[in-house]
Each structure stands twice: as C-alpha cells, then as structure tokens.
Design a protein around this ligand. Structure first.
Ligand code: FMN
Length: 380
C-alpha cells in the first residue's frame, strides 16, 4: 500500500497474524535508474523480514516496459525479497497517465511481454501479479489465463472493476474470484471486501482462494488476521477503545525504531500520522476528541516526531476514559465504512441557527474534511 505498507506497519501486521506482506508499489523505471529513489522507497530489511524470519515479503512494482521491468527485477531479486509483484490493479488517474496498473491490464500482449521478461530476469525469485476484475467474466478469465501462461507463481484478484473505486465503492465480487480460482492452476489470493475478522474464513470458503488480502480494514485494524480476532459487535466500547489504543501505541513504538522512509516525498512523519488517523478513526471522530484530531492534523512534517504523535494519542486516551463512547462499537462509523455509509442528507447550514452556530458547524466540517483527506491521501 503506497505510503502505508512500510516496514513498521508490516512488522505490526506480522506481529498480529499476517502471514505475507507486500511493499508499497514502486515505479520500475525510477527504481531501476535511481539509487535515491530506491533508498527513499524500498525499505525491505532482510535482517528481520523475509521467509527465513517467517515474514515473507513481496516487493511490488508498476511497469509497462519489459526492459525496465527486468532491470528492476534483477535488482530486487538480489535483495532477499520472497517475490516480485506486478501491479495491474491501480485505478488512479496517475496510472491512466502512465499506462500502468489497471489501465495496462486489458492490453494483454503488453502484460504478457512485461511479465515474461520479469520471470526471465528473476533468477528463480517468484513473480506474481495483482489484477482487478473486468466488466465481464469472459474477459476477466481470458486475461487471468494469459497472465498464468507467463509463468507467474501467484495471482491476486481484487473483485472490483477499475471504475469501482474511491467513493464509488460497492461490494467485491467473490463469485468472479471463485471463477478465476476454478480456471487457473496457480494459487489465487482473494482481495476486496474484508470488513471483519470473520470475513476472512468466509471469503476463503466462498472463493476457494489460497489466501485473503486486506488493505483498508487492515489499516484500521492491524490485528484483523490474529487467531481468535472478533468483530466489534462482540466487544464492549471499552474493549474496542483499548484495542485501538494498544495497536496505535504498539505501532508508534515500532515506528520510532524503524522510522518510515520518505515515500516519494510524502514524508515518513506523514506516514506515521496517517496510520494513527486510521487506527484511531472512531476515537477521534467522537465529539470530545475533535480538537485533538485537529491538533494531530495540524502537525506538519518537520515540526513533530513520533513522540509528539504519541503524546496526542495519550491525550485522547485520557479524555475518553471519562467519557461515554457509544459510537465505538458501531461498525457503520468505522474508517472502512467511510465511503460505504448511506449518504447523509445535504447540510442545512445557512437555514438554521445563529451566525456563530453556523460558523462553528462550518469549522467542524472543514476540520473533519481535512482529517478525512489526510487519511485518504494515498493512491493504489
Ligand atoms: C492507502 C492504500 C494504498 C494502497 N496502495 C496499493 C499499492 O501500492 N498496490 C496495490 O496493489 N494496491 C494498493 N491499494 C489497494 C489495495 O491493495 C486493495 O486492492 C484495495 O484497497 C481493496 O482491498 P480492501 O477492500 O481490503 O481495501 C492501496 C489501498 C489503500 C487503501
């Protein structure tokens, strides 16, 4: 996950039951050409990660040129990563512009050329790919079979189309993933639509996939894959609060030791802050915490470090211990659900209340939008 699956977050996820992690997507062209780009974007640490440590990591690249992809693969293959993945699922405008990700996917002969070159250059390190489904099943299966024929070892299928993203999210198609599983010989990982721990075995069952990948829910709940993890509905509000605080604190300790490298200029400190916003989303969304949410949002890259962020987290903890926290067990207000909740009616600002009440409401909305923007300022 761009600016989100850095070493510190991977470590946290491994500590809580994840069995495989991907680096953020890196551009093959820049990766191959620039040592600066590599040191600012690639943070795999073979002394603590990799299959030898029980923490397999796949490095992910974006590429549309066989030669540049092979150059990146040759470098990556010598680092100790357990696999190298081609991202064929990115739906962002930048991927359209660069002709990679989900925009390259329908160009089957190009995809085959890039993946075949990667397999040939990898010196035995497994090459994998991640795709989105197409509008129709026939095209999805045709493309997936073509990908398999290049010699890749594993395919991840996100059960949503290219258009089905951002705020236009609908449930992932597990039926389409099942059809891919049944049509291929290589292992398939199902992606999309994991909202609760119990979804993981259910998706494995309904798709027949070899594994399940999660992104958005994992960012909010890094212990999603922990054995025995349960959904929030089964917990008390205090338990939800303590769990989120414990995960955030643990992340901050790891991040202090392995401070995130600066992803393409986004800044390691912003990466830390963004994780805290997601893990603490529902806590910070409670009215008594709005001021602290704004404080966290207002911290600028150079003016704070992990200990400043940790101090705000402790302020939130102290504040909430004396408050009613009825929203914490309400999954419909989770970060995962932010684009999935029913649309609120248009605001009535301007039609009711005194001028100062209206101003206060506007300030509140701006603050909320700013915090939401920080938490969603990432691409896939
Ligand atoms: C912050 C963020 C960053 C992401 N970055 C990547 C990425 O670098 N590569 C990739 O293949 N997908 C990326 N994705 C997409 C996810 O891997 C995943 O396909 C998508 O979120 C659907 O899964 P979910 O329903 O579990 O969230 C990203 C998603 C998020 C939320």
């Amino acid at each position: 996950m761009v600016a989100h699956s850095e070493l510190a977050f991977r470590t946290l996820a491994f500590e809580h039951g994840a069995t495989l992690a991907y680096t953020p997507m890196m551009h093959a062209k820049h990766f191959a050409a620039s040592a600066n780009y590599r040191s600012g974007n690639f943070d795999f640490d073979p002394s603590i990660e990799g299959a030898a440590h029980g923490r397999p990591v796949i490095a992910q690249i974006a590429a549309n040129d066989p030669e540049l992809a092979s150059q990146a693969v040759r470098i990556l293959a010598s680092t100790g990563v357990d696999g190298i993945d081609l991202n064929l699922g990115c739906p962002q405008g930048i991927a359209r512009k660069g002709n990679y990700g989900a925009f390259l996917l329908p160009q089957t002969s190009k995809v085959e050329a890039v993946l075949s070159a990667m397999v040939a250059a990898s010196d035995g390190v497994p090459i994998t790919a991640k795709v989105r489904i197409q509008d129709d099943l026939e095209s999805t299966l045709r493309i997936c079979k073509a990908i398999q024929s290049t010699g890749v070892s594993l395919l991840t299928v996100h059960g949503r189309t290219r258009e089905n993203n951002k705020t236009n999210l609908s449930p992932a198609s597990h039926e389409a993933i099942r059809a891919v599983v049944e049509s291929l010989d290589i292992p398939v990982v199902a992606n999309g639509g994991v909202e609760r721990p119990e979804d993981v075995p259910a998706i494995l069952e309904s798709t027949g996939a070899a594994g399940v990948m999660s992104s958005e829910k994992l960012l909010e709940l890094p212990s999603l894959f922990a054995p025995g993890a349960v959904g929030d509905a089964e917990l008390t509000e205090l338990e939800v609060m303590e769990r989120q605080l414990a995960l955030t604190r643990e992340y901050l300790v790891i991040a202090a030791e392995h401070f995130p490298i600066s992803y393409g200029g986004a800044g390691g400190a912003n990466c830390v802050k963004s994780h805290v916003f997601k893990m603490m989303y529902r806590l910070l969304d409670l009215p008594p915490c709005h001021g602290l949410r704004a404080k966290l949002g207002g911290m600028k890259d150079r003016n704070y470090d992990v200990s400043n962020v940790a101090a705000v987290v402790e302020e939130v903890a102290a504040l909430l211990h004396d408050e009613r926290r009825p929203l914490l067990t309400n999954e419909s207000v989770s970060w995962y659900r932010r684009h999935r909740r029913p649309q609120a009616p248009p605001p009535t600002i301007g039609s009711v209340g005194t001028m100062s009440e209206r101003k206060a409401r506007i300030r509140e909305r701006v603050e909320k939008l700013r915090a939401d923007r920080i938490t969603t300022a990432a691409t896939d």
